[in-house]
Design a protein around this ligand. Structure first.
Ligand code: PGA
Length: 253
């Protein structure tokens, strides 16, 4: 059985006060379920990791980072290392989020380095993949996702793969209000699980959690989570309102 996993990616939102308030509200509102029936993580901007980590400490809500750099320390202006993330209590790290790929320009090779660095440090990657609208329209979804997964997981052992959560996030559904239908999500999730089975083995594929991301909200969470290969949600916009995010967590439970 795969424990459902709901993660809230706050992106470049909140401030020092609202971040802590949101974190406390999520922790309080999910006290009976987070870390038990459902794994839950909040993923604030770097500068609020520490205060948000303190706000959720002792609750079932885990802390995640939106990114990480590939070097351990030194002259890398603006970057954040795995040890810094662990120092402030991070367990999870997003690797290859579509905004990192398509806005900042991260390649599959860089995503692979970040994911490998995170694993080597004992952080748990949430590895994001997904196609652009023109790729879906051109019937290239499986091809794009296959390339992202093969390149992103290059050199990752089966043992390490057990620590990876995948997130399928069709880029056209992120922040647009357009959600993949449960059928569309299920199709790609099943495809990804089959690919993991081919790259590793069936047992590992069965254990691997695959989140869906892209305009997930309380109103569609249960239906998406009802799909056999959808094991959780990576939530952007709806994770910024405690009530909505808690609604999604409850729907997953
Ligand atoms: P969204 O973002 O829920 O606002 O579409 C999802 C994501 O980018 O992880």
């Amino acid at each position: 059985m795969r424990t459902p996993f709901i993660a809230g990616n706050w992106k470049m939102n909140t401030d020092s006060q609202s971040a802590v308030e949101l974190a406390k509200a999520v922790a309080a509102g999910s006290v009976d379920i987070a870390g038990k029936a459902v794994d839950v993580a909040v993923i604030p901007p770097f500068v609020y990791l520490q205060s948000v980590g303190q706000a959720v400490a002792g609750s079932g809500v885990a802390l995640g980072s939106q990114d990480v750099y590939t070097e351990s320390k030194g002259a890398f202006t603006g970057e954040i290392s795995t040890s810094m993330l662990k120092d402030v209590g991070c367990e999870y790290v997003l690797c290859g989020h579509s905004e990192r790929r398509h806005v900042i320009g991260e390649t599959n090779e860089l995503v692979n380095k970040k994911l490998s660095t995170a694993l080597a440090a004992g952080l748990l990657p949430i590895f994001c993949v997904g196609e652009l609208i023109e790729q879906r329209q051109g019937d290239k979804t499986e091809q794009v996702v296959t390339e992202q997964i093969k390149k992103g997981l290059a050199g990752v052992s089966a043992e390490d793969m057990e620590k990876v959560t995948l997130a399928y996030e069709p880029v056209w559904a992120i922040g647009t209000g357009l959600t993949a239908t449960p059928d569309q999500a299920q199709q790609v999730h099943a495809f990804i699980r089959k690919l993991i089975s081919e790259l590793y083995n069936e047992q590992l594929a069965e254990k691997t959690r695959i989140q869906y991301g892209g305009s997930a909200k309380p109103g569609n969470a249960a239906e998406l989570m009802g799909q056999p290969d959808v094991d959780g949600l990576l939530v952007g916009g709806a994770s910024l309102k405690a009530e909505d995010f808690i609604g999604i967590i409850n729907a997953a439970g």
